[in-house]
Design a protein around this ligand. Structure first.
Ligand code: SAH
Ligand code: SF4
Ligand code: F3S
Length: 447
């Protein structure tokens, strides 16, 4: 059981990628990995605190690991991620069986934390974060996540992220490009650039002279890397979506025609209380501009139901927005009160039942819209990158369109994981499409 680690992750893509780095650091320390916590000498739980539900899932899992440790006192248990950062020292005091904790900025300290006997919460600010490149263990082989910035300065009033991930820091463009070149050399085809607000990315080496975002320039540099076929990015904040970025998505052939652009609410009053810094009309203008320049772009979004003071009228404005915009898909959540956030102290908190009802109507409406949009795709030929066996049905394989839609198909011998192929869409469902492979020639963006 020497040097075997078990890792579990909750939360966003950023956190999933942090776990890849935790694994990279551990591998450097001679660790191997197991899927069975019972076989591990070290357990690291990489946590999320975006909503109460995420926190509860982690806490109930932690209870199980506590029992494991009772049987096996030598077991090391560590907690990382956003809950570790948010709770700091207090978490160690309340959970005596946890050996150490570390926040998202302190993965680099892992080798030292594993070795020390004294318990510690490594939750300090790390000003060198954006300049410190850690190795990552990636298992996919085709698609990779790459950090371009860390932290968030937006302080949306409901959100813990600025409190858990610290201030916004962009990674130098040349380190990003180097990492992606290496990924391309080892066969990776699709890159997703990660940040809480990617369109405010500023190359720290250029921003000394120029205060504007250099995200479009970064996209251009990544687009030029040979061997990479597709470039994606998450997440974009509507207030920073510039005309230059829209043109970059249009003109750069590898940059995919999909944007995740969280709206949060269709009511400008609620948007202002959320501190989102745009009105619904301004958001709609950005969507209109995106669609004018890139007619086949897919747009997905996030919605929060039942933010403090949200009235039936505000909720109706959200429904009207969904109808007017017709997103390809929406992640909707009940507002969840988070520690340290301004919204948690606002008057007019909404009851759980009302939040649940509003969430339900949002999801039902969006289902109808997604269904309608996907039905229009029937008969079209699209390019997909083959991702391999479908997780829900082993008789089918799955791939993704440039517009980020999942297509399932019956595999043929000549088709291998990582290939770009053309399929004709034969059927559509709410969360996926069905396709028929048409051969190995990809359809390419014409420019
Ligand atoms: N940086 C990203 C969002 C990261 S959090 C952005 O600004 O777009 C992902 C989503 O979780 C948010 O878009 C929001 O819809 C939701 N979310 C965040 N805090 C929440 C809370 N307290 N309650 C409910 N949903 C929340
Ligand atoms: Fe949270 Fe807003 Fe930052 Fe997104 S932009 S991480 S919602 S504070
Ligand atoms: Fe969760 Fe932290 Fe991501 S709170 S959503 S893991 S930034």
């Amino acid at each position: 059981m020497d040097k075997v680690a078990y890792l579990q992750t909750w939360g966003c893509q950023m956190n999933v990628h942090d776990t890849e780095k935790i694994a990279g650091v551990l591998r450097g320390e001679g660790y191997s990995f197991t899927n069975e916590p019972e076989d591990a000498a070290l357990i690291i739980l990489n946590t999320c605190s975006i909503r109460e539900k995420a926190e509860h899932k982690f806490l109930s899992r932690l209870g199980y690991f506590k029992l494991l440790k009772r049987k096996r006192p030598g077991l090391q248990i560590a907690v990382s991620g956003c809950i570790a950062q948010q709770e700091g020292e207090r978490f160690l005091i309340d959970n005596q069986y946890v050996n150490f904790t570390f926040g998202p900025q302190n993965i680099v300290k892992l080798p030292e934390l594993i070795r020390r006997d004294k318990r510690k919460a490594a939750v300090g600010e790390n000003p060198a974060l954006a300049e410190t490149d850690l190795p990552a263990v990636r298992n996919d082989g085709t698609r990779a996540w790459v950090n371009i910035m860390y932290g968030c300065n937006n302080f949306c009033s409901y959100c813990v992220v600025p409190h858990t991930r610290g201030r916004e820091r962009s990674r130098p463009m040349d380190s990003i490009v180097n990492e992606i070149r290496n990924l391309s050399d080892t066969g990776y085809k699709e890159i997703t650039l990660l940040g809480q607000n990617v369109n405010s990315y500023k190359d720290p080496k250029r921003s000394v002279f120029n205060n504007s975002s250099s995200f479009p320039q970064l996209l251009e540099a990544v687009n030029a890397i040979e061997g990479i076929e597709r470039v994606r990015f998450v997440t974009s904040h509507p207030k920073d979506l510039s005309p230059e970025l829209i043109l970059a998505i249009r003109d750069l052939n590898k940059v995919c025609e999909h944007i995740h652009l969280p709206l949060q609410s269709g009511s400008s009053k609620i948007l202002s209380l959320m501190n989102r810094k745009y009105s619904y009309a301004e958001y709609l203008d950005k969507v209109t501009a995106l669609r004018r320049h890139i007619p086949d772009i897919t747009i997905t979004s996030d919605i929060i139901a039942g933010f403090p003071t949200e009235t039936g009228q505000d909720h109706d404005e959200t429904l009207a927005a969904l109808k007017e915009i017709e997103f390809d898909g929406v992640f909707a959540f009940k507002y969840s009160k988070r520690r340290y956030t301004r919204a948690s102290e606002m008057e007019g908190q909404i009851g759980e039942d009302v939040k649940s009802d509003r969430l339900k109507t949002i999801l039902e409406l969006q289902d109808v819209i997604t269904d309608k949009i996907n039905r229009r795709l029937k008969g079209q030929k699209v390019e997909i990158i083959v991702e391999g066996e479908s997780s829900s049905d082993t008789n089918h394989w799955t791939g993704r369109t440039r517009t980020n839609k999942i297509v399932n198909f019956t595999p043929e011998q000549s088709i291998k994981k990582g290939m770009l192929i053309t399929v004709t869409i034969t059927n559509s469902f709410r969360h996926s499409l069905e396709g028929r492979p048409e051969g190995l020639m990809p359809v390419t963006k014409s420019n």
